[in-house]
Structure formats: structure tokens, C-alpha cells
Design a protein around this ligand. Structure first.
Ligand SMILES: CC(C)(COP(=O)(O)OP(=O)(O)OC[C@H]1O[C@@H](n2cnc3c(N)ncnc32)[C@H](O)[C@@H]1OP(=O)(O)O)[C@@H](O)C(=O)NCCC(=O)NCCS
Length: 120
């Protein structure tokens, strides 16, 4: 599932979800990514495409969206908190940045428990 936003200059943002795991016990859980073109950040595009992905995933019957964020990624953490994602833990030495293993903050948002309300 991919939601995108396009301007005259071409694609500026997307949010996409894909299966978290091939194991049947995790069916209904979506892993997701959100990305905004560098020159278009800070104008609400990230929030718009991720909010659209949450709505589409909920409508499609997904149970949860989850992802991981590097701790210093302030823009992403503010965006995700604002859309109702909880930070539920830390993966130790889990993602490589510039060849160095880094911690990752685990985020998740339940979609089917009535917590699908978010501001704005
Ligand atoms: C994270 C990212 C998607 C945010 O997209 P964006 O279009 O710049 O964000 P928005 O303009 O929609 O802002 C969303 C919120 O984040 C806040 N924010 C944006 N940039 C920020 C920054 N550098 N520092 C702190 N907060 C920031 C905004 O104030 C806004 O807060 P609000 O919802 O309380 O009003 C974008 O920076 C990006 O593509 N980063 C690289 C890829 C990435 O890190 N993806 C996330 C991994 S899953």
C-alpha cells in the first residue's frame, strides 16, 4: 500500500506499508516508511501522506502499523507522536548508519482498538 503526494516539480512524498512478517501469527501487522523530498520538508507533506496511510490501512483492516526510528531523528519522532504512534522500546545495535550499529526506537500504532483518532 503506497500513498504519495506530487507537485509540479514531481513526487515530493510517500508513505508505504508492507507486511511486517511472512508468519501467519503476524498477519495484519504492517511495517511502514515515510519519506519527504529534502527540499519539501517542514511543509506538512509528511503528516499528510502518513495520515492518509493510517486511514487506508485502517480501512483495509490492518491491525497495527509499526516501524523503527533512529533516536536523533527529531522530525520523524515529532511527526509520529502527533499521529498517535507510541514509542514502546529500543532495539539495541539494530540499524547501521555510516557503518556503525545504532539503537532504534520502536514505534507502533494500533488501528483496530478505537485509538484511530488523531489530532487534525
Ligand atoms: C520525517 C519526515 C517524513 C517528516 O516530514 P515533513 O514533511 O518534513 O514533516 P511535516 O512538515 O509534516 O511535520 C510533521 C511534524 O513534525 C514536526 N517537525 C518537522 N520537522 C521537524 C524537525 N526538524 N524537528 C522537530 N520537529 C519537526 C512539525 O513541526 C510537525 O509537527 P506537528 O505535527 O506537531 O505540527 C521527513 O523529515 C523525512 O522524509 N525524513 C527522512 C526520512 C525519515 O526519516 N523517515 C522516517 C523513518 S520511518
Amino acid at each position: 500500500m503506497i500513498l504519495g503526494e506530487t507537485e509540479e516539480t514531481g513526487p515530493v512524498a510517500f508513505a508505504a506499508s508492507f507486511p511486517y512478517s511472512a508468519r501467519s501469527c503476524y498477519a495484519g501487522i504492517g511495517e511502514f516508511s515515510v519519506y519527504v523530498r529534502r527540499d519539501y520538508r517542514g511543509r506538512g507533506a509528511g503528516r499528510a501522506v502518513l495520515a492518509a496511510l493510517i486511514e487506508a490501512a485502517t480501512a483495509a483492516g490492518l491491525h497495527k502499523l509499526t516501524s523503527r526510528v533512529f533516536p536523533e531523528n527529531a522530525a520523524s519522532r515529532v511527526l509520529l507522536k502527533g499521529l498517535g504512534f507510541d514509542e514502546i522500546g529500543i532495539h539495541r545495535r539494530h540499524g547501521k548508519l555510516d557503518g556503525v550499529w545504532r539503537e532504534c526506537v520502536i514505534v507502533e500504532r494500533l488501528l483496530d482498538t478505537g485509538s484511530a483518532e488523531y489530532p487534525g
